[in-house]
Every structure is written in C-alpha cells, then in structure tokens.
Design a protein around this ligand. Structure first.
Ligand SMILES: Nc1ncnc2c1ncn2[C@@H]1O[C@H](COP(=O)(O)OP(=O)(O)O)[C@@H](O)[C@H]1O
Ligand SMILES: CC(=O)N[C@@H](CCC(=O)OP(=O)(O)O)C(=O)O
Length: 281
C-alpha cells in the first residue's frame, strides 16, 4: 500500500498533538499583526485548529494601532512612555470602545466563522483582572494599570467546556476605575496564574532582533535587564519584561513570533524548526 505525500506530512504533527493535547496555551495577539483580512483569517483558522486538536488556547489581544487610528480621527493626541500609552479619561473611553468593542468582537467573529466557539470578555468580566494604577517614579501614566489579581475561573471553565476565551486588556478596581493595561502584561499575568504550558506573543517582527537586525533565537532571562533601552525599545520592552516574569513564575516556554507570516503559530507549535525568539530560564 502507498502512503501519500500529504499523509506523510500530516502524520509529522502526531507527536506534537499527542504532547500538547489538554494543555493550555496563552496566546497574545498583537495589534501589529492584525494588519489585513488575509492575516486575520489565517490567525483565526490556526486558533480553531488548535482547539479541534485538543489544545486549549486562551487569547489576550492588543490593538494599539487601532486605538491610535481612532484617537487620531478624534483629534486626541497620544504619547507613549517606554511602550506604554499615557492614558487620560478621554483616551480611556476610546481604549474601551476600540478594544472591548471593535477589536474583541472582530476576533471572536472570525474564529467562530471557522467553527471555533470563541467568547469575548474584557478583564472586567467575572473579575478576571483586578488592577491598580501603575506608579512610576518619573512619569504619571494616568489610567495605565498594573495587574493586582487574576481570577482565572471563568477562563478555565470556558476552556474546559470547549470554548475559546478572547480577553481584552482592561482591568478595574473596587472604586470603579477602569485601567488600560498593556496586553503583553495581561497575557503574562494570566499565563502565570494558570501555569500555562506556553505563552506565545504574536507580533510583527520575526522575534527580538539585535542592533544589526539579526534574529536572536534564544534569550536567557538573566540577560534581559541589560538589553533594555540598548537592544529593546518601544513595545518590545513590556513584551520581554513580561516574558521574563512569566518564566520566573513557572510558565514553561515563552515565544515571540511573527504574525505577519501566515500560520507562523502552527509552525511554532507543530514543528521542530523553532522559529522566532524563545525566552528561557
Ligand atoms: N530589539 C527589537 N527587536 C524587535 N523589535 C523591536 C526591538 N526593539 C523594539 N522593537 C519594536 O517592537 C515592536 C513590537 O512591539 P509592539 O509594536 O508593541 O507590537 P505588538 O502589537 O505585537 O505588541 C516591533 O515592531 C519593533 O518596532
Ligand atoms: C498601557 C498600554 O499601552 N496599553 C495598550 C493596550 C493595547 C495593547 O497592548 O496593544 P498592542 O499589544 O497591540 O500593542 C495601548 O493603549 O495601546
């Protein structure tokens, strides 16, 4: 009997499906990778497929670019400090509208078009993200939040029942304030609390690049602090710092991969090739 080429190709995935079935992966879907419909569809299919083969994805999404576009249309100026958006009351309204409204619902719709059962939530729903104001010595970031407590029950219950939670990075406190939290930070905090097998950041670069633009395929957490501001700037700072915290607190593997490459997520999970940057202890 002959084996077909496609059959051989598909069977290569068997060891990975066996290894990861039943595991939970926290996947941070960055706004920088949501650039066109084709890429959005490829991502949605990848997520639906993961769930169908027994892996439990929990999605935390960003949408920084989309927030920026809407602020511009509304003539609201915006500034960043070390990759974090300084957030006043007016900006916060836009952040909630864009993230919890537009971006979250679009991701949910797309995953469900391919047979997934995605459910959209913000960090406020079921108390997922209790937050407090992020205090820095030098700058007042306004309503930028720091995660104080993660309540993962709803995420685990949904996951166990066959659903795919899709979370927008908004937190709240007992006084009723809402906070804009960097999505990388939220993804890392959730991954730590549920002790996720993998935390995967989907961004718009192949991984962390050195000063010559060359991909660094592995970074040890002890080397991260000295890379801040020299190698790492802008949005890469919260990403790598939150990756470090995840590894320090028991998450097994953190990857940064390029969401502008179709199905990079599947390649990362189901092949030995090891694309992107891996952050390790
Ligand atoms: N050393 C680095 N390697 C790769 N990207 C870097 C580096 N330093 C800064 N960056 C910037 O970080 C960006 C990714 O972060 P960000 O824009 O916040 O994306 P995301 O929406 O995926 O979180 C890259 O597009 C790049 O401009
Ligand atoms: C405090 C802070 O910076 N919050 C982010 C939240 C969205 C985000 O993190 O989006 P990306 O992952 O696409 O960058 C912001 O306002 O842009």
């Amino acid at each position: 009997m002959h084996t077909t080429e496609k059959g051989n190709y598909l069977i290569e995935f068997l060891p990975y499906i066996k290894e990861f079935a039943g595991n939970t992966f926290v996947i941070k879907y960055g706004g920088s990778a949501m650039v066109n419909d084709e890429l959005k569809m490829a991502f949605s299919k990848d997520i639906a497929l993961l769930k169908f083969v027994g892996i439990n994805p929990i999605i935390v999404h960003g949408g920084g670019n989309e927030i920026g576009d809407t602020l511009k249309k509304l003539d609201i100026t915006t500034k960043f400090h070390k990759g974090l958006r300084i957030t006043d009351e007016k900006t916060m309204e836009v952040v909630v509208m864009v993230l919890a409204g537009k971006v979250n619902k679009e991701i949910v719709l797309n995953i469900n078009r391919f047979g997934g059962k995605a459910v959209g939530l913000s960090g406020v729903d079921a108390n997922i993200i209790k937050a407090k104001k992020l205090l820095l010595e030098d700058v007042d970031l306004g309503l930028v939040g720091d995660v104080e407590e993660v309540n993962p029950d709803i995420l685990m219950n949904l996951s166990k029942s066959g659903y795919i939670p899709v979370v927008s990075p908004i937190g709240f406190d007992d006084r009723g304030s809402r906070y804009n939290i960097n999505a990388d930070t939220v993804a890392s905090s959730i991954a730590q609390v549920i002790q996720a097998e993998k935390l995967i950041y989907i961004s718009d670069v192949d991984g962390v690049l050195d000063n010559n633009g060359k991909l660094i395929s592995e970074i040890k957490i002890k080397d991260i602090d000295k890379m801040i501001d020299s190698v790492l700037t802008g949005g890469m700072i919260p990403k790598v710092l939150s990756a470090k915290e995840a590894i320090e607190n028991g998450v097994k593997k953190v990857h940064i991969i390029n969401g502008k490459k179709h199905h990079a997520l599947l390649e990362e999970i189901f092949t030995d090739a090891g694309i992107g940057t891996q952050i390790v202890r």
